[in-house]
Design a binder for this molecule. Structure first.
Ligand SMILES: [Zn+2]
Length: 260
């Protein structure tokens, strides 16, 4: 892999650190089986992920790293887009919109220096533009601005505008698909209610189910902003806004959402 000034390494180096983590060891053992586990550990310790087993380990380890990640640092670009440094099983990696990770970092400092210098104009939130006293994302005008093009109108970046109080999609590219998925979920729940024996738990919780559906929207969008009636006079609901960084990404997100 290319030489990186900030000390980022490929999976072949990162795996030497990952192999020391007990949870990674357990995941590898479970995936490759007890018989192949000693060979797998050997490959990881030597940083040699070759052959069939090596290829399997590569997939497994990159999934394990992204699944087990927690954010340890966040910076923001001038347009409000976040850059995250993630930590996972002893290695670090950098996430940003429309950016393919260069590799892994073996220390938090090198990952953060990379994140700070790679995009030029990065500030940490505490130093950035002050938000209103309200804890939502509306601008001084009480409106939500698109983080890409700054408009308060509908634009190609708006994936979904949703009324969080009344649980209803109001706009954005995903709006129809979202409302029909939500209607299906509600229908299914009420059918189950009819057929349920009276001694069974009514386990459908509308709020939780709505949050789950929103989690799916979160996973396909890049930025989530919210507004509340406190900061947006005349509105009686909380609203959630989900944006994608480009029209292309929004279209792909719609496709993904409609297929699932
Ligand atoms: Zn926009």
């Amino acid at each position: 892999m290319e030489r990186c000034l900030f000390g980022c390494v490929g999976l072949d180096e990162a795996c030497k650190v990952l192999v020391k983590s007990r949870s990674v060891q357990a995941i590898v053992k479970k995936a490759v089986g007890v018989k192949d586990y000693p060979t797998a550990t050997h490959l990881m310790k030597s940083g040699n992920l070759e052959g069939d087993l090596g290829a399997r380990l590569k997939d497994l380890l990159s999934d394990t790293v992204s699944d087990g990640s927690e954010v340890v640092w966040t910076g923001y670009l001038h347009n409000g887009y976040p850059i995250h440094v993630y930590k996972s099983h002893g290695v670090f990696w950098v996430w940003a919109i429309e950016y393919d990770p260069v590799g892994y970092f073996l220390g938090e400092e090198s990952a953060v220096s990379f994140a700070q210098s790679n995009w030029g104009d990065v500030h940490e939130k505490s130093e950035g533009p002050k938000k209103d006293a309200d804890s939502d994302d509306t601008g001084d005008d009480g409106e939500i601005h698109c983080p890409c093009c700054d408009t308060t109108d509908n634009c190609d970046h708006l994936l979904l505008l949703v009324d969080l109080t009344f649980r209803h999609g109001e706009g954005g590219l995903l709006y129809n698909a979202f409302n029909s998925r939500w209607a299906d979920i509600l229908n299914e729940a009420s059918n189950e209610d009819e057929h349920r024996d009276s001694d069974e738990d009514p386990d459908f919780n509308e709020g939780d189910s709505f949050d789950e559906l929103l989690d799916e929207v979160r996973s396909i969008s890049d930025v989530e902003l919210t507004s509340s009636p406190d900061s947006a006079p005349g509105m009686s609901s909380n609203y959630g806004y989900y944006f994608c960084s480009s029209k292309k990404k929004a279209v792909e997100a719609l496709k993904k959402f409609s297929e699932s």
